[in-house]
Design a protein around this ligand. Structure first.
Ligand code: SF4
Length: 167
Protein backbone atom coordinates (compact mmCIF):
# COMPACT_ATOMS: atom_id res chain seq x y z
CA UNK A 1 0.00 0.00 0.00
CA UNK A 2 1.09 3.59 -0.60
CA UNK A 3 3.14 5.38 2.02
CA UNK A 4 1.59 8.66 3.19
CA UNK A 5 4.02 11.59 2.92
CA UNK A 6 3.26 15.19 3.80
CA UNK A 7 4.72 17.50 1.15
CA UNK A 8 5.09 21.26 0.75
CA UNK A 9 2.47 22.06 -1.85
CA UNK A 10 4.81 24.37 -3.83
CA UNK A 11 7.18 21.43 -4.41
CA UNK A 12 4.48 19.76 -6.50
CA UNK A 13 4.29 22.73 -8.87
CA UNK A 14 1.37 24.56 -7.29
CA UNK A 15 1.47 28.37 -7.41
CA UNK A 16 1.17 28.92 -3.64
CA UNK A 17 4.55 30.62 -3.17
CA UNK A 18 4.63 34.13 -1.68
CA UNK A 19 5.13 35.64 -5.15
CA UNK A 20 2.15 33.75 -6.55
CA UNK A 21 4.37 31.93 -9.02
CA UNK A 22 4.89 28.21 -9.52
CA UNK A 23 8.16 26.32 -9.78
CA UNK A 24 8.44 22.98 -11.56
CA UNK A 25 7.32 19.93 -9.59
CA UNK A 26 10.08 17.90 -7.97
CA UNK A 27 8.28 14.63 -8.72
CA UNK A 28 10.23 13.90 -11.94
CA UNK A 29 13.46 14.21 -9.93
CA UNK A 30 12.50 11.45 -7.53
CA UNK A 31 13.09 8.59 -9.95
CA UNK A 32 12.02 5.12 -8.87
CA UNK A 33 10.29 5.30 -5.52
CA UNK A 34 7.59 3.19 -3.98
CA UNK A 35 4.04 4.30 -4.32
CA UNK A 36 3.55 7.43 -2.24
CA UNK A 37 0.30 8.95 -1.13
CA UNK A 38 1.25 12.65 -1.29
CA UNK A 39 -0.51 14.89 1.19
CA UNK A 40 0.14 18.45 -0.02
CA UNK A 41 -0.02 21.31 2.46
CA UNK A 42 0.80 25.00 2.20
CA UNK A 43 0.82 26.22 5.79
CA UNK A 44 0.98 29.90 4.88
CA UNK A 45 -2.06 29.85 2.60
CA UNK A 46 -3.98 27.40 4.81
CA UNK A 47 -3.14 29.55 7.82
CA UNK A 48 -4.93 32.45 6.15
CA UNK A 49 -2.24 34.49 4.37
CA UNK A 50 -3.07 35.89 0.93
CA UNK A 51 -1.66 34.93 -2.43
CA UNK A 52 0.60 36.62 -3.39
CA UNK A 53 1.76 37.77 0.02
CA UNK A 54 4.49 39.87 1.59
CA UNK A 55 7.30 37.58 2.72
CA UNK A 56 7.88 37.15 6.44
CA UNK A 57 10.85 36.12 8.57
CA UNK A 58 11.16 35.01 12.18
CA UNK A 59 12.19 38.00 14.29
CA UNK A 60 15.94 38.21 14.89
CA UNK A 61 16.88 35.92 17.77
CA UNK A 62 13.59 34.02 17.80
CA UNK A 63 13.58 30.29 17.03
CA UNK A 64 10.55 28.44 15.71
CA UNK A 65 10.19 26.82 19.14
CA UNK A 66 10.05 30.31 20.68
CA UNK A 67 7.34 31.36 18.25
CA UNK A 68 5.26 28.23 18.93
CA UNK A 69 5.62 28.93 22.66
CA UNK A 70 4.33 32.48 22.19
CA UNK A 71 7.77 34.02 22.82
CA UNK A 72 8.60 35.28 19.35
CA UNK A 73 6.94 36.60 16.23
CA UNK A 74 6.92 36.12 12.47
CA UNK A 75 6.68 39.46 10.70
CA UNK A 76 6.94 41.20 7.34
CA UNK A 77 9.80 43.61 6.74
CA UNK A 78 7.43 46.44 7.65
CA UNK A 79 6.68 44.76 10.97
CA UNK A 80 3.23 43.37 10.25
CA UNK A 81 2.70 40.48 12.66
CA UNK A 82 1.72 37.23 10.89
CA UNK A 83 2.52 34.91 13.81
CA UNK A 84 -1.06 33.74 14.19
CA UNK A 85 -1.30 32.62 10.56
CA UNK A 86 2.06 30.83 10.71
CA UNK A 87 1.09 28.94 13.85
CA UNK A 88 -2.37 28.06 12.56
CA UNK A 89 -0.88 26.79 9.28
CA UNK A 90 1.55 24.63 11.25
CA UNK A 91 -1.25 23.15 13.34
CA UNK A 92 -3.32 22.38 10.24
CA UNK A 93 -0.32 20.71 8.59
CA UNK A 94 0.26 18.54 11.66
CA UNK A 95 -3.42 17.68 11.70
CA UNK A 96 -3.21 16.56 8.05
CA UNK A 97 -0.17 14.43 8.82
CA UNK A 98 -1.88 12.79 11.79
CA UNK A 99 -5.18 12.23 9.99
CA UNK A 100 -3.36 10.50 7.14
CA UNK A 101 -0.84 8.64 9.26
CA UNK A 102 2.14 10.38 7.65
CA UNK A 103 5.47 9.72 9.38
CA UNK A 104 7.52 11.52 6.71
CA UNK A 105 7.47 15.04 5.35
CA UNK A 106 9.24 16.41 2.27
CA UNK A 107 9.57 20.15 2.70
CA UNK A 108 10.68 23.28 0.86
CA UNK A 109 14.06 24.60 1.97
CA UNK A 110 14.64 27.98 3.68
CA UNK A 111 10.96 28.84 4.17
CA UNK A 112 9.87 30.43 7.48
CA UNK A 113 7.19 27.71 7.51
CA UNK A 114 8.69 24.71 5.79
CA UNK A 115 12.49 25.13 6.15
CA UNK A 116 14.06 22.11 7.84
CA UNK A 117 17.63 23.22 8.45
CA UNK A 118 18.09 26.87 7.65
CA UNK A 119 15.92 29.98 7.65
CA UNK A 120 16.52 33.70 7.12
CA UNK A 121 17.74 35.60 10.15
CA UNK A 122 14.98 38.19 10.44
CA UNK A 123 16.95 41.10 8.99
CA UNK A 124 15.51 40.68 5.46
CA UNK A 125 19.03 40.66 4.02
CA UNK A 126 18.87 37.10 2.59
CA UNK A 127 21.13 35.92 5.42
CA UNK A 128 20.59 32.27 6.35
CA UNK A 129 21.06 30.85 9.83
CA UNK A 130 20.57 27.32 11.17
CA UNK A 131 16.99 26.73 12.27
CA UNK A 132 13.60 25.41 11.29
CA UNK A 133 10.46 27.03 10.01
CA UNK A 134 7.35 27.04 12.21
CA UNK A 135 5.62 24.08 10.54
CA UNK A 136 8.85 22.06 10.33
CA UNK A 137 9.41 22.61 14.05
CA UNK A 138 5.91 21.45 14.99
CA UNK A 139 6.15 18.37 12.75
CA UNK A 140 9.59 17.44 14.09
CA UNK A 141 8.28 17.75 17.65
CA UNK A 142 5.54 15.27 16.78
CA UNK A 143 8.14 12.74 15.63
CA UNK A 144 7.69 13.15 11.89
CA UNK A 145 10.91 12.60 9.91
CA UNK A 146 11.69 15.71 7.89
CA UNK A 147 13.44 15.81 4.52
CA UNK A 148 14.27 18.89 2.56
CA UNK A 149 13.91 19.23 -1.20
CA UNK A 150 17.72 19.01 -1.42
CA UNK A 151 17.73 15.56 0.23
CA UNK A 152 15.75 13.65 -2.36
CA UNK A 153 18.13 10.69 -2.44
CA UNK A 154 17.99 9.98 1.26
CA UNK A 155 14.25 10.63 1.21
CA UNK A 156 13.75 7.99 -1.50
CA UNK A 157 15.95 5.47 0.33
CA UNK A 158 14.14 5.99 3.62
CA UNK A 159 10.68 5.71 2.08
CA UNK A 160 11.73 2.56 0.20
CA UNK A 161 12.89 0.98 3.48
CA UNK A 162 9.60 1.89 5.15
CA UNK A 163 7.53 0.07 2.56
CA UNK A 164 7.21 -3.38 4.18
CA UNK A 165 6.10 -1.86 7.48
CA UNK A 166 3.39 0.19 5.86
CA UNK A 167 1.17 -2.79 5.07
FE1 SF4 B 1 3.59 27.11 1.18
FE2 SF4 B 1 5.61 25.96 2.51
FE3 SF4 B 1 5.73 26.29 -0.13
FE4 SF4 B 1 5.86 28.40 1.47
S1 SF4 B 1 7.34 26.75 1.35
S2 SF4 B 1 4.69 28.22 -0.41
S3 SF4 B 1 4.45 27.77 3.11
S4 SF4 B 1 4.27 25.01 0.98
Amino acid sequence: SAIPVLVSRCLLGFACRYDGKAKPSILPLLGEIPEVNWIPVCPEVEGGLPLPRTPCELEPGATAADVLAGKGRVCTKEGRDCTREYCLGAQLALQSAETNGAKFALLKAKSPSCGTRSIYDGTFSRTLIPGRGITAELLAGAGIALFSEDELESFSRTVARALPESD
